[in-house]
Design a protein around this ligand. Sequence first.
Ligand code: FES
Ligand code: FES
Length: 154
Amino acid sequence: MALFELTIDDKPYTVDTDPSKPLLWVLREDLNQTQAKFGCGAGLCGACTVYVDDNLVRACAYPIATAAGKKITTISGLDDELAQKLKAAWLKYDVPQCGYCQPGFVLGAHKLLKKTAPDQTPNLNEVTNLCRCGTYDRIRQAVLDVHGQASQGS
Ligand code: FES
Ligand code: FES
């Protein structure tokens, strides 16, 4: 066991846990932070996606020791202008079905749009998350809508 200082959604936390424990389980079991979901547990589905600093990580395959001292952002703390536009678009296009995968998808879309220039088309294939309900078309519509707004500078 070891002590780790974490910043999650701009709030400080201290946790005493196994250094090899995946960040997802520290969030969910040790800190009762359930925003990131458990899907495959193998780094494949993206349900557990969070930002660690400016990088998207799959928290089920990311040891807590690697996250120590870094800024962790979950869907709850993702609140910049782009995130607000994405969340509004998710409502506009009624994207979620069961909703389980959607926190990870919003984070993936956020990262994608941050790096896509206004005159480029977002490459949605870069968001490799999985949705068992098959909401891909609505996700695509929402992301392209937000990118269109960004392209027009609104
Ligand atoms: S639960 Fe982490 S990638 Fe599937
Ligand atoms: S909305 Fe149900 S898994 Fe994606």
